[in-house]
Write a protein that binds this ligand. Sequence first.
Ligand code: NAD
Length: 353
Amino acid sequence: MQQIDLNNKTILVTGAAGFIGSNLVKRLFKDLSGATIVNIDNMNDYYDVSLKESRLKELEALKPEGCNYQFIKGDIADKPLIDKLFDQYHFDVVVNLAAQAGVRYSITNPDAYIQSNLIGFYNILEACRNHPVEHLVYASSSSVYGGNKKVPFSTDDRVDNPVSLYAATKKSNELMAHCYSKLYDIPSTGLRFFTVYGPAGRPDMAYFGFTNKLLKGDTIQIYNYGNCRRDFTYVDDIVEGIVRVMQGAPERKKGDDGLPIPPYAVYNIGGGQPENLLDFVTILQEELVRAGVLPQDFDFEAHKQLVPMQPGDVPTTYADATALERDYGFTPKITLREGLRHFAEWYAQFYKK
Ligand code: NAD
């Protein structure tokens, strides 16, 4: 592992008006001194832009003395802009989180995924080739495991059965990064995140959608008749994983045959404790009641409907996160109840108005 001290470094975080990116920048603000942090985000309207604006506002307010933080509204699919940015800043570490997220949306809006996840990612790789970086860290996804039946999912498993275009773009990112690591010696690490949740999270995700609906008294639909399991991972655990990985780049080594091994790695970041969706919703509802978002006498049974599986969905996600523990000494720690409590408390505040 090539150790990297992030203090005084110039760091690019793409997509940091987003859920995970904004939490990462907050965390970097806390930990680092003398760093320059650049955040580029196109502020797309895939979900409520005001939520992205509120995250940016919070970042501006938290920006510490001595940290040079810049937000740039721009698109990673805009090659001249990305080239100009890398010319200007000479980044040491790049964390690419900008992407069109969402599995279901990719069934009806493939173009957004090609633009951001393939062309955008290619632009980042090319810029890293032309302006060598110490480490490129990028978001992949548990969705790359597609219809794999064997659990837990290990990064040693074969993944060639994506069930959505979103998953196909994330797997493509790993292949593209491998190629750039091999041909141009760019140290890169892909992180397969497992269902990330938390305060100020993504409104398109199930827990957020359920909350909005329950609050309005609508019925929530639980797919695969409730027989889905998800390895929910609290956002602070994801951020801790990203920060650890940013600090240790894959080393340039030679194999037994004397040939160079590309400085390339992929890890799972997931809680490793999948929860059945029905149990998840029960805990969510209890925490929403506790936080005062739902009334004490809320009749959950009357508001749920069990429905079949949706296209692009998989029945189970379950991370084998032992490789991250082995190489970076980190395993996600926050329990589902604790994480949902933080979410419910945030929701109660944010939607109070
Ligand atoms: P998010 O949508 O909240 O954040 C992504 C941000 O990227 C958004 O603010 C968006 O405006 C921006 N963006 C999108 N396309 C862009 C482009 N072309 N140029 C510049 N900015 C662009 O999503 P998130 O949940 O924070 O996810 C961050 C990353 O993690 C994504 O790559 C996502 O695919 C991946 N991921 C997330 C999860 C999860 O459960 N949240 C799971 C697996 C992987």
